[in-house]
Design a protein around this ligand. Structure first.
Ligand code: ADP
Ligand SMILES: Cc1cn([C@H]2C[C@H](O)[C@@H](COP(=O)(O)O)O2)c(=O)[nH]c1=O
Length: 216
């Protein structure tokens, strides 16, 4: 049975790498995938992984009807055996419904990859719809780690290493950004709720308040 699968996790847990592996294994067997993405860090029309692999993809615009797009391709003699959608959190809920229809009416597997929650730990609308509609939600097995060593479950947005909680839901960016830049850091829930990033935890441990008092 064809399926809509949502591969979900924090930032930097290997989602795009897995998307590229699935694409590689299937295309090595002569299958033809339609690869969709939106706002990848590598630029328009790219699906990229931090391991250095990158492939061309269709950049999904706000108003692109994904079901109609696949039907058009097929009716023009194009081949589509399966669909991969990376950065699926950025898709509109209606586009997730269209992907579900690709599974149900066209009989194609659809593999969607994305983060579930934003920097305020609120669901992205596209991810919410995926959780509602997917046949399976798969959490990636290579766990990203918080600075404390616990499993990272949340995405923090940072400016100069400090966690921020105000701003637009969508700001394309990466982990390990330099000072003063907007970046992201994955944290466990405890440290996300306390707004304690690796930089602020280091600053706290160096603070004079907590240094041992030197004996005279
Ligand atoms: N230099 C490296 N050596 C080995 N693995 C790496 C390296 N850099 C990144 N990775 C792996 O790549 C993962 C990020 O992969 P990526 O597909 O870009 O993540 P996502 O799409 O989930 O944000 C990291 O969690 C890590 O496992
Ligand atoms: C938490 C959060 C993330 N984003 C952006 C930042 C990146 O461009 C992508 C996630 O990409 P990855 O391949 O999973 O690392 O999402 C955002 O726009 N808003 C957020 O709250």
């Amino acid at each position: 049975m064809p399926e809509l699968v949502f591969f979900s996790g924090t930032m930097d847990c290997g989602k795009s790498t897995l998307a590229l592996q699935i694409e590689h294994n299937r295309s090595a067997r002569g299958l033809k995938g339609l690869i969709l993405t939106r706002d990848d860090r590598a630029g328009e029309g790219k699906l990229s992984s931090r391991l250095g692999l990158v492939t061309d993809a269709v950049e999904v615009a706000d108003d692109l009807d994904l079901y109609a797009y696949v039907v058009d391709r097929l009716s023009q003699g194009g081949r589509v055996d399966y669909v991969i959608a990376d950065e699926a959190q950025f898709l509109a809920p209606a586009q997730i419904d269209q992907l579900a229809r690709v599974v149900d009416d066209l009989g194609l597997d659809v593999y969607a990859f994305g983060i579930t929650t934003d920097f305020r730990s609120k669901l992205f609308p596209g991810s919410q719809r995926l959780v509602e509609l997917a046949d399976r939600v798969e959490v990636l097995q290579v766990e990203a780690l918080c600075w404390c060593g616990a499993r990272a479950t949340h995405n923090a947005r940072t400016v100069g290493g400090r966690m921020v909680v105000e701003g637009a839901q969508v700001v394309v960016g990466d982990v390990d950004r330099g000072d003063d830049e907007v970046g992201y850091e994955v944290l466990c829930r405890r440290h996300h709720s306390r707004r304690l990033t690796s930089a602020t935890s280091r600053a706290g441990s160096l603070s004079p308040d907590v240094l041992p008092v030197a004996a005279d």
